[in-house]
Design a protein around this ligand. Structure first.
Ligand code: URA
Length: 188
């Protein structure tokens, strides 16, 4: 079980953070969403407009598709914890830059260490690059089991739902990602 006091303290620190310039344009900090006692930890890129307005991760169109992907894995928001590489919205939904990612990294690292997940799913290239420190393309990162830092926590790279919305012909490939996930969790 996550230490609720430490998790709440981290949330409070994050909400007050002004370490990078995203704090100047954000409406809300988006710390994360879901069940912090869950063993599946999902990492996206950064909040979009709706997430910024509501202060909740993955509530827009990409979030709806993420719900469907989770549903296909017999999961819901209650069985997973979802957060982002950066906790504040990059203006115009651009990719977060390295300064913003580095400024936010202590929050993501601490979330992972407090939740201590059994498996991590990285949605898209920004999350994959941040966690694996690699510029490799999605085509070589997907379909393999990676490990979080020097631990035995498996990490899988999935297409980002926003990319799938832009490229619907790629949607069928999500099944391969789901099957890989099932093979390492034994369908549980
Ligand atoms: N895209 C993300 O990466 N994160 C969100 O919270 C919403 C859209």
């Amino acid at each position: 079980m996550v230490n609720q006091i430490k998790f709440q303290a981290l949330n409070s620190k994050c909400i007050e953070c002004k370490k990078c310039s995203l704090s100047l344009t954000r409406k809300n900090v988006v710390f994360g969403r879901g069940n912090p006692n869950s063993k599946l930890f999902v990492i996206g890129e950064g909040p979009g407009q709706q997430e910024d307005e509501q202060g909740v991760a993955f509530v827009g169109r990409a979030g709806k598709l993420l719900n469907e992907i989770l549903f296909s894995m017999k999961l819901s928001r209650d069985n997973v914890y979802i957060t982002n590489t950066v906790k504040c919205r990059p203006p115009e939904n651009r990719n977060p830059n390295s300064d913003e990612i580095n400024s936010c990294s202590r929050f993501l690292d601490r979330q992972i260490s407090l939740i201590s997940p059994n498996i991590i799913i990285l949605l898209g290239k920004v999350a994959a690059e941040r966690l694996m420190n690699t510029p490799e393309p999605m085509s070589t990162l997907r379909g393999k089991v990676h490990y979080y830092k020097n631990t035995d926590i498996p990490m899988l790279v999935f297409y980002h739902p926003a990319y799938l919305l832009r490229s619907p012909s790629e949607k069928s490939k999500v099944w391969d990602d789901i099957l890989l996930m099932k093979s390492i969790t034994h369908g549980s």
